[in-house]
Design a protein around this ligand. Sequence first.
Ligand code: ATP
Ligand code: MG
Length: 442
Amino acid sequence: MDSDSDYSDCHSIYSDEEEGLEDYKTGGYHKVSLGDTLQQGRYKIQLKLGWGHFSTVWLAYDTKLKCHVAVKIVKSSRRFTQGAKEEIALLEKIQSTNPTSAGYQHIAQLLDHFEHEGDNGIHVCMVFEVLGESLLSLIKRFKYRGVPAPVVKKVATQVLLGLDYLHRECGIIHTDLKPENVLVYVPNVETVLQERFHIQGDTIINGNQEMEQDITILDQVDTTGLTKNQKKKLKKRIKKKLKRQQQGSPRKDKNGIITSSVLDFTAGDLDVNVYENIIVKIADLGNACWTKDECTHLIQTREYRSPEVILGARWNEKTDLWSFACMIFELLTGEFLFDPRPSSKYSKDDDHIAQMIELMGNNLPTRLTQDSEFSHEFFDRHGNMKHIKKLRYRDLHDVLEETYRDGHQLELLTDFLTPMLQLDDDNRAGAAIIMNHKWLHE
Ligand code: ATP
Ligand code: MG
């Protein structure tokens, strides 16, 4: 029994993996120690919240507004600084366009930004409100068996509101919609920080009272089946961990990298009722772009990538709806809708396009099979796939029936997803239309 991780699981969820040491160099991540301050002492860093390929994200106390915030510290090379400046321009547009729009509440809003000079260079820093776990961690929490449909419907409605705001009011395409990039709002951040992390305001409490409480928790750990010696060792390990938490000394991985802590608003409760009031926000506008730009470059994470992107055609905001449909399928079933694999005869992209056609029928327009940048790598002049001859057509309804354990309302759900999975993006439903679909409201 790995009691160490069992204990972590009941106390807070730690992410599986942290950023590598190799990117802590000139042009890379900023070296952060807990207690560091940024922006002339305004922000005091207290915990690590996460990391991405471009940045590390930290919980900080804002000594000016007297509340906690999330600070994203971007790698310092020119490429990342330039990207961060574009991200700020997009976030400022989102923040200023229409705060009264229903979708406004469902995008992680930028609160402040500044530059910070460290040993590895000058880092752009972006300040956001503190959010909790991502939808990916929700999928994991439900053990890849699917998040309950009533919860998914709430999440779907809110993400659609967010997308509609981005697309129609701000003229912005997210381009990397996936479960990892949608975060759960934590309504009572200050209480969660106090109760779970012993953080109150700008201090990390180190009192005996908390220690007493935690020793009670420690007594509740199930030790049946362990020898006396094992029990003793286990208690010692837990005590050590509790002490470390209370003193604010960070948990580190084998490379000495500070481990991320996720604010879990459900306190580990799997009861669907806990999610009755779930609020989610679309995050990570790091790859977003303007609808007015005519783009064909490669976007999106593999499993959520649309046909027009793979084929090198011009894409628009409808590409987000494709990703959205893939994400909803995954939330409901715990499995990817498309999980392409290469073989000796064809590429991963071939398999991906073939899976799309197998699911939605071969009704790609010639704009995609003949006239896009990579059309001829995939299709012959009759519009048939070059490298995969035998297609095994499947119905979305049947695929859902096979994968969706809690498969009620299958017809309605199929009818909800189908318009967003149209291979031809001219025929694909936009967020504003799909928002009214019956499946969301029944
Ligand atoms: P990517 O490699 O995904 O493009 P990135 O460097 O652009 O990453 P983000 O995805 O914005 O960074 O953030 C990295 C991680 O930090 C997120 O996956 C999430 O775990 C955490 N995080 C980001 N913003 C917040 C927030 N406002 N509150 C809490 N945690 C956050
Ligand atoms: Mg991300």
